[in-house]
Design a protein around this ligand. Structure first.
Ligand SMILES: [Zn+2]
Length: 657
């Protein structure tokens, strides 16, 4: 009898008969698919997530095409804003004619800064525009008083993605740095500098950024909320960074009166304050101008677009070819008008039935988590009680927001792409600043419905699943339960567990950064986390580069929790529906196969290397083989024994939660 393709949401002919699941589970499920699906030239990775993003982009393009065909749209309506932003970006002819002209006024502002105060004023204006020169500013909940918003100041100002690229001299850092310097120089040439002056300016820019990198906090430490919380009055801020007139800065950035600010990295601001006096005004101007142009490159003419791609696309992530223009512009429509576009998207592509099925799944996950928490042997009853309280107050957002963001007053034109992006940024800045005056908006989303992803927000204490991730291969209305629990179930479990990972566990049920653990429990938790850190420290990618166990700890703990909770939730569902084998696979085997598909992907070596240096997520294969090789139920399902490559001695198998 021939097997029906996708009989339960997966085609078993994809399993690789030459690889034993007990030796390399990830490849057993994915190797055949990986061989048959090479990475397209315009991508740096290709797999479950990226393909679903690509499919979603195609759906969004249909929406765009319909909007373009509409005869009449009301000026200022979401349809007009989306259509004209898209249209202005697609008009390459006009963009090419304008060249760098659309940001000329901003370049002039920078060129006119001849005193230190004028320079600081321009920096403030660039921050309003969303360009993070020297440092960055943003509105977020106060981590220790989650009932109010606070203005946060954090390190920023680098053109490469991490400080290590400036400071380390290993082969990969040198390769990326060399490519970056070429990019900096070529961009100066495009800005009109001659060959020798472009070389000199490049070295000056590198000197400034290296000084900023030296003063920057390491990414591992940035994940620790205890290290990045420094509440300061105006007087304290002035004492930390005396070289900056903060009252004037706050006024220019349209900040309402605030009693205090939160500084993420005080040492960085001390250094910036000193640098402002030691680096010449001329060097600062060239640094600001370069960053302005670099940030706007993809909104200017073709030579600027290509130049940005050569570094950020090719050198950093190995991508061979640019994405088609429509996908690039769609990206910026998502960035500037994500919710209005999402509102149209969910009307067409998200059904109430999907939401209902998801609610059942999520409820099973919570039941499973609660049972697991209650049965933990390493946690004292006092802490356990508080952990349960935190679990119970975790809110769930599924599909799309109940309340949509408004864009009344935003003016966008069909012929002025860069200008549209500037006006959108200024509009968004006003919205952010307004938050400082009001209560916390608990309904706010930090992703769009059309985003293929999910998140946990520690201060709101909520988990969020946008409509676009609720699709195959993660979730299907007609798929077998094993697939839905193994894939989207593990994603949900992952997000719940973020509330209890090395970072999230520092926030209490109200979303406040506050210790709620007994010391004894915290110690035991940290010992368990350390084991996970060591396990992942051993994994390597291209050129022998190592996964950073500390940087990826939170995500790895979330993956472990996601797997075990989804497994338990699936058992709850099996108890209701009954068990049956399909394609000679037990329910548990099918569950683990679905779990392995969730991270199925091919990635370019450049991308993998950047990923282990910058991304808190481990590469896909370790996100599958790491957790499964720790999970006793996986050993049972596939009969893993000593001598098999997936085998880890029982005392080393750590699931944490
Ligand atoms: Zn995560």
């Amino acid at each position: 009898m021939t097997k029906k393709k996708f009989a339960w949401g997966f085609d078993v002919r994809e399993l690789d008969a030459t690889i034993r699941p007990q030796d390399d589970f990830y490849r057993y499920v994915n190797a055949q698919w990986m061989r048959a699906n090479p990475i397209p030239p315009a991508e740096s990775r290709w797999g479950s997530f990226v393909i679903l993003r690509y499919e979603t982009d195609k759906q969004l393009k249909c929406i765009m095409d319909e909007l373009l065909r509409m005869k009449r749209v009301v000026q200022g309506s979401p349809e007009q804003l989306i259509r004209d932003l898209y249209r202005s970006g697609m008009d390459m002819e006009r963009r090419n004619k304008l060249g760098i002209q659309p940001i000329a006024a901003w370049r002039n502002k920078i060129a006119g800064a001849h005193t230190k105060q004028q320079l600081l004023d321009v920096i403030a204006e660039l921050h309003v525009l969303g360009i993070g020169v020297l440092w960055g500013a943003g509105i977020d909940q106060d981590a220790k008083n989650s009932e109010r918003y606070a203005l946060h100041f954090g390190q920023d100002g680098l053109g490469m993605p991490e400080r290590e690229y400036y400071l380390k001299n290993d082969a990969e850092s040198l390769r990326v740095r060399r490519a970056y310097l070429k990019h900096v120089e070529r961009l100066y040439r495009l800005m009109g500098e001659g060959p020798s002056s472009a070389k000199v300016l490049t070295q000056k820019l590198l000197a400034i950024e290296t000084a900023l990198a030296n003063a920057s906090m390491k990414k591992e430490d940035r994940r620790d909320p205890d290290k990045t919380y420094h509440k300061m009055t105006h007087a304290q801020l002035a004492k930390t960074a005396p070289g900056i007139d903060w009252h004037r800065y706050l006024r220019l950035t349209q900040t309402p009166d605030v009693p205090y600010v939160i500084v993420l990295q005080p040492d960085f601001f001390k250094a910036v304050s000193r640098l402002l006096d030691t680096v010449s005004l001329a060097d600062w101007r060239t640094y600001l101008e370069w960053h302005l142009v670099n940030d706007f490159s993809s909104a200017l003419s073709a030579p600027f677009v290509r130049e940005a791609f050569s570094f950020y696309g090719t050198a950093l992530s190995g991508t061979k070819r640019m994405k088609p223009l429509w996908r690039c512009i769609l990206g910026s429509v998502n960035g500037s008008l994500g919710e209005p576009l999402g509102q149209i998207y969910v009307q067409k592509h998200f059904s109430p039935a999907a939401k209902k099925r998801m609610q059942i799944l999520v409820a099973d996950l919570f039941t499973a988590y609660e049972a697991r928490l209650k049965s933990l042997t390493w946690m004292t009853p006092a802490t356990k009680k508080k952990a349960l309280m935190k679990l119970h107050s975790l809110t769930r957002k599924i599909g799309y927001p109940d309340k949509w963001k408004k864009y009344t007053g935003l003016v966008l034109s069909p012929t002025d792409y860069a200008g549209n992006l500037i006006r959108s940024s200024l509009f968004e800045h006003k919205r952010q600043m307004k938050k400082l005056r009001g209560p916390i908006d608990r309904s706010e989303w930090f992703m769009y419905p059309q985003t293929v992803n999910a998140y946990f927000a520690p201060n709101l204490n909520d988990i969020v699943f946008p409509a676009a991730i609720l699709q195959p291969p993660f979730f299907g209305l007609d798929a077998d339960d094993s697939v839905n629990y193994g894939a989207i179930g593990a994603v949900i479990g992952h997000e719940i567990t973020h509330g209890f990972d090395d970072e999230g566990s520092k926030f209490d049920a109200k979303g406040n950064l506050k210790s709620w653990w007994t010391q004894e429990d915290r110690k035991r938790f940290e010992a368990k986390a350390k084991k996970v850190e060591k396990q992942f420290d051993r994994y390597t990618v291209a050129d022998g580069l190592k996964v950073n166990g500390k940087l990826t700890l939170g995500e790895n703990i979330a993956d472990l929790g996601g797997l075990s909770i989804a497994y338990d939730a699936y058992q709850l569902s099996l108890a209701r529906t009954g068990r049956k084998d399909i394609d000679e696979l037990t329910p548990e085997q099918r569950f683990f196969i679905a779990f392995a598909i969730f991270e199925r992907e091919n990635a370019r070596p450049e991308f993998e290397k950047m990923q282990v240096l910058t991304d808190p997520h481990s590469p896909g294969k370790f996100r599958i083989n790491g957790p499964t090789s720790n999970f006793d139920e996986f050993y049972k399902a596939f009969g893993v024994k000593k001598g098999d490559k997936m085998f880890r001695p029982a005392p080393d198998r750590e699931m944490v939660w």
